[in-house]
Design a binder for this molecule. Structure first.
Ligand code: IPE
Ligand code: IPE
Ligand code: MG
Length: 244
């Protein structure tokens, strides 16, 4: 855990090392305005940019955002197409911006299902930002916590069958190294916007002991001050990890 010192709010408290955000409520935001859902995603993408920069500025070390789940392919074709277009736009931007901002970008999830264009861009963004020493931004795209665990089990089974790993070597720590978040600390705080009390298959291993904070605001309405307020709430939580 680190200390937060935000010049703007002069708030001091315990800062989570790793934050996970379930950016939910884009569709409802658009519906409330009588707009197609894709307009909500466009606004949500703006919020994502603002919140990411804010996290980096206040000294968050790891931020994982849920951008697209393995279940989101079930949405109407038009909506999925609109989301792909937004990803593409963002990735092109990220190639310049986040490199300048010293953010290291990683994608969590199975990218083979994405259009080739997006896969190539995602590879380029990861490589371009590889040497950044600032915040690690994990973008969970076609991500599912259960898939991630099954994938880790397969990789471990392969290593065991090839005698590269002994059964006795398998521990919680070694298991973590086979997840997409290999080498990263567990999640301290999960924020979900739009008032839904669900995990929706997000970081189910890494967030096993995370603090959960559900925010009523829809993701496009979420502001940096909301994050500051949540961080203050988090710093008052008593994390006991089963102790007293
Ligand atoms: C989150 O907003 C964005 C994605 C899942 C891609 P939603 O699109 O789920 O918005 P609601 O929950 O329907 O309002
Ligand atoms: C979770 O939101 C996935 C993302 C935010 C990308 P959903 O809107 O897809 O989850 P459910 O359907 O409410 O569980
Ligand atoms: Mg939703």
């Amino acid at each position: 855990m680190g200390l937060i010192f935000n010049k703007k709010t002069s708030y001091k408290g315990i800062l989570p090392v790793h934050i996970g955000i379930i950016m939910d409520g884009n569709g409802r935001w658009a519906k409330k305005r009588g707009l197609p859902r894709k307009f909500g995603h466009r606004e949500g993408a703006k919020t994502f940019r603002t919140i990411t920069r804010h996290c980096s500025n206040i000294g968050i070390k790891y931020l994982t955002v849920f951008a697209f789940s393995t279940e989101n392919w079930n949405r109407p074709f038009d909506e999925v197409t609109a989301l792909m277009a937004l990803f593409k736009q963002y990735l092109e931007e990220a190639l310049c911006d986040f490199r300048k901002e010293n953010i290291k970008i990683k994608f969590l999830g199975e990218r083979s299902r994405f259009p080739q264009e997006i896969r190539t861009l995602a590879d380029e963004v990861e490589t371009a930002s590889e040497d950044s020493s600032g915040m690690v931004l994990n973008i969970a795209m076609n991500y599912g916590g259960k898939d991630e665990i099954v994938n880790a089990v397969k990789l471990i089974a392969k290593e065991v069958s090839e005698k590269k790993l002994a059964l006795s070597d398998i521990s919680k720590e070694t298991f973590s190294n086979f997840l997409y978040t290999c080498g990263q600390p567990d999640v301290d705080l999960v924020i979900r916007t739009s008032g839904e009390f669900r995990i929706s298959n997000f970081l189910i291993w890494q967030a096993a002991y995370a603090e959960y904070i559900v925010e009523d605001k829809l993701w496009p309405d979420f502001k940096t001050d909301d994050l500051n307020r949540i961080l203050e709430l988090y710093s008052k939580r008593s994390r006991r990890f089963g102790g007293v």
